[in-house]
Design a protein around this ligand. Structure first.
Ligand SMILES: [Zn+2]
Ligand SMILES: [Zn+2]
Length: 357
């Protein structure tokens, strides 16, 4: 029997996971097999899988994790018409059920039985994976596999951009300059907004954005009055929309004073285990009295084609996001690097070595 290497989680938690030899997947009629050339670590999702008792609401074990992948078509099922072996591809990891109330009402994003490769279906930390052909998106020649594997976070950012509904001439702040903020700041810069400022703690990341023509503001964790003075000058009448990817509640508190009446607050980062909303009712009351809108965005479906177009055009440049690459055998070292190395943005696994990556 043909075998392959994969990161298998029997259940959540590192003691229950390991790199194993497992059978090469079989290709159903409507599926393709991808030879995975790059699979990115989505930090919080993979830490969740790595935590005993963790996994998150989507997880179902045993599973091969990894939901940000790109590679080469190895095999196509007999009903597949538009793909052939050798095609360079990425794929939407989302698999809405098609049967629940939300799916039947054209809202697959809110599917009650949301399938997701890397959470409850096998994902990309493996040499090969099978996936429905309808999920596949071809990648242009000017994107490497590493870059193309970042299509998933870009697709999620596209969802946030849609839901933020930025109108012509608006002013916007994007906060938190991890991978998601760096992506969203670029999307907002090229949106209808007439001015978007990216605020974050790491100077080198802001420098990269500046080189793309974006306005940046250095955040001061210990003395927010410093960045507040800068923002106050930049936006004397406040902004129409704040998109927060920081996951840092003190940052949100610092920024909310710049949200205009009638403005929109988009929560894109989760406030992991540190929700210090000493008075959540006050936050809601402030939204209420200022006639502001709260918008929660946590995932996407069907945005991959647009994500790839943004990346292809360079309007969303993800090349600087790739900070580390590792072999599949070194998965746990890669995850620990992602957790502890402050320079890490996207840490990417190469299950089939470095060729063509
Ligand atoms: Zn992800
Ligand atoms: Zn559904």
């Amino acid at each position: 029997m043909r075998m392959m290497k994969a990161l298998v989680h029997e259940k959540a938690g590192r003691p229950n996971a390991g790199i194993k030899l497992v059978p090469y997947p079989s290709c159903k009629d409507d599926e393709v097999i991808i030879k995975i050339m790059a699979c990115g670590i989505c930090k919080w999702a993979e830490i969740n899988h790595d935590t005993v008792g963790g996994g998150g609401s989507l997880a179902k074990y045993p599973v091969i994790t990894g939901h940000e992948f790109a590679g080469i078509v190895e095999e196509v099922g007999k009903n597949v018409i538009d793909l052939k072996p050798g095609d360079r591809v990425t794929a939407d990891n989302a698999v809405p059920c098609g049967e629940c109330w939300y799916c039947k009402n054209g809202k697959p994003l809110f599917c009650e039985h949301f399938g997701s490769h890397g959470h409850n279906r096998n994902g990309g930390f493996a040499q090969y994976m099978n996936i429905a052909a309808r999920n596949i998106v071809k990648i242009p020649d000017n994107l490497s596999f590493d870059e193309a594997s970042i299509a998933e976070p870009v697709a999620c950012a596209v969802e946030a951009l849609d839901r933020a509904d930025i109108r012509s001439g608006e002013e916007v702040i994007v906060s938190g300059m991890g991978p998601h903020g760096l992506i969203l700041a670029q999307l907002c810069h090229f949106s209808n907004a007439q001015h978007c400022a990216a605020i974050g703690l790491v100077e080198s990341r802001l420098k990269t954005l500046k080189s793309y023509g974006l306005t940046t503001v250095l955040a001061q964790r210990n003395d927010p009055s410093v960045h507040e003075a800068v923002l106050g000058k930049m936006f004397p009448n406040g902004v129409d929309c704040i998109i927060d990817t920081s996951g840092a509640w003190p940052m949100v508190q610092s920024l909310m004073k710049f949200l205009r009446k009638g403005g929109r607050f988009v929560q894109y980062g989760s406030y992991h285990a540190q929700i210090q909303m000493d008075n959540p009712a006050k936050f809601l009351n402030d939204l209420h009295f200022n006639n502001q809108k709260y918008i929660g965005v946590s995932c996407q479906v069907n945005n991959f084609p647009r994500a790839i177009e943004y990346m292809k055009s360079g309007k969303c440049n993800v090349s600087s996001l790739v900070t580390h690459t590792f072999d599949l055998d070194d998965y746990f070292l890669a995850l620990d690097t992602n957790k502890t190395d402050k320079s890490a943005l996207k840490v990417i696994i190469h299950p089939n070595g470095d060729i063509e990556a």
